[in-house]
Write a protein that binds this ligand. Structure first.
Ligand SMILES: C[S@@+](CC[C@H](N)C(=O)[O-])C[C@H]1O[C@@H](n2cnc3c(N)ncnc32)[C@H](O)[C@@H]1O
Ligand SMILES: [Zn+2]
Length: 313
C-alpha cells in the first residue's frame, strides 16, 4: 500500500466510520507498506495489510472463512512476526463452514478474468469467425473518451485485476480500485508496478461499505458489478463518497435473474432508480458488445449498457 493514501481512508466499522486511521508498517519501503496494520484512533479497529494489499473490511473473520485457501497462503507467506501472529490467532477462531471464493486464485472465475483482461490472442477462434471484430477491451477504453470528460480523483468499484483502473489513471489525478477478491487486487497491484504508474492504488474493500472520506470522489465507475450487489446499498455507499456534480458511470449487462425467474434489472429501471437517488442521466440506452472467454470452447457474450450519470444534489 502506498503510505500516503492513509489520510484518504476511513474506518469501516459501521458504528465509527471516522477518517482517523494510522499506519503501523512492519515491512516495506519508505513509500510503501507490505505488511502492517491500519488502525482506527477512535474505535481501535485494526485492518491488516498483507503482501502490500490493505484489507479494509468490517468482518475479517468472515472474509477469511470465505477464502480459506488464500488465507492459508497468507500465513505461509507472511514475514513479520506481528502479521504472522495476527493471522494465526484469526486462524484459531475458524471452526465452522469455510469455502474458497470463485474470484480467488483457484476459483472458477479467476483465470477467466485474468485471460479476458490480458488481451486475447490474435487467432482467437470465435473472434476470427465474427464479421464485425469485437474488441474485448473496447469497453474499458471508453472510460478515457474525450466526450466523457472524467476528471479529478476516481474510484473503480469491482475493478478485478485493474484494466479499467489503469485506463482511468491515464485521465484522472489519482484512482482507487476496490474489489472483494484478494487475488485480483494482488494481481492488479503487480500490473500497476509493471507499468510503473504511481497515481493509483488497489484495496480489498466492500462496495457497500466504502473505506473513504465522505464526498471524496469526482468520478466513480462500476463495470459489470451492479447485478452482483444490493443496488440500494450500493447507491447509498456511492452517495456518501461522491462529490456534488461528480460523475457516476455504470456499465452492466443486467443478466442476473431473481428467484422468480423474472429479470431483476433492466436499463430503464436502473436509470429511473438513479434519478430518484439524485442523478441526472446524460445518455440514452446503449448496446455495447462485451465478451469473455470461459475456456477453449465457450464464451460469454453480452451487450452492456453504458450509463453516464451526474450527481445533482
Ligand atoms: C463480473 S466481475 C467484473 C470485473 C470487472 N469490473 C470487469 O468488468 O472486468 C465482478 C467483480 O466484482 C467484485 N465484487 C463482487 N461483490 C463486490 C463487493 N461487494 N464489493 C467489491 N467488489 C465486489 C468481484 O470480486 C468481481 O471481481
Ligand atoms: Zn473506527
Amino acid at each position: 500500500m502506498i503510505k500516503k493514501i492513509v489520510t484518504d481512508l476511513c474506518c469501516v466499522n459501521n458504528s465509527c466510520k471516522k477518517p482517523r486511521l494510522y499506519l503501523e508498517s512492519f515491512l516495506g519501503t519508505k513509500d510503501e507498506c507490505i505488511e502492517g496494520f491500519l488502525s482506527c484512533k477512535i474505535c481501535k479497529s485494526k485492518y491488516p495489510i498483507i503482501q502490500g494489499v490493505p484489507i479494509l473490511l468490517e468482518n475479517f473473520h468472515e472474509y477469511a472463512c470465505q477464502r480459506i485457501i488464500t488465507f492459508g497462503k497468507w500465513i505461509v507467506n507472511s514475514n513479520s512476526s506481528q502479521i504472522k501472529s495476527f493471522l494465526k490467532s484469526e486462524g484459531a477462531k475458524i471452526r465452522g463452514h469455510t469455502y474458497n471464493d470463485r474470484y480467488e486464485e483457484n476459483g472458477i472465475w479467476y483465470n477467466v478474468y485474468l485471460n479476458t483482461h490480458n488481451n486475447y490472442p490474435s487467432g482467437d477462434r470465435l473472434l476470427s469467425l465474427l464479421k464485425k471484430q469485437i474488441k474485448p477491451h473496447h469497453v474499458y477504453k471508453m472510460l478515457t473518451n474525450e466526450d466523457l470528460n472524467l476528471s479529478g480523483i476516481g474510484l473503480d468499484i469491482g475493478c478485478s485485476i485493474g484494466s479499467s483502473t489503469i485506463e482511468l489513471s491515464k485521465k484522472l489525478s489519482f484512482v482507487f480500485g476496490i474489489d472483494l477478491s484478494f487475488s485480483f487486487i494482488l494481481e492488479a497491484r503487480k500490473r500497476m508496478h509493471n507499468r510503473n504508474r504511481r497515481n493509483m492504488e488497489f484495496i480489498v474493500a466492500d462496495a457497500t461499505n466504502l473505506p473513504f472520506k465522505s464526498k471524496f470522489f469526482h468520478s466513480i465507475v462500476a463495470l459489470n458489478v451492479i447485478d452482483r450487489l444490493d443496488f440500494v446499498k450500493l447507491i447509498f455507499s456511492v452517495n456518501s463518497s461522491i462529490k456534488k456534480n461528480g460523475k457516476l458511470i455504470l456499465i452492466d449487462p443486467y443478466h442476473f435473474v431473481d428467484d422468480t425467474g423474472k429479470d431483476k434489472f433492466d436499463s430503464s429501471q436502473i436509470r429511473k432508480k438513479l434519478e430518484k437517488f439524485g442523478y441526472k442521466i446524460n445518455n440514452e440506452e446503449s448496446y455495447i458488445p462485451w465478451i469473455m472467454k470461459i475456456n477453449e470452447r465457450s464464451y460469454l457474450f453480452y451487450f452492456v449498457d453504458f450509463i453516464e450519470a451526474k450527481k445533482d444534489n
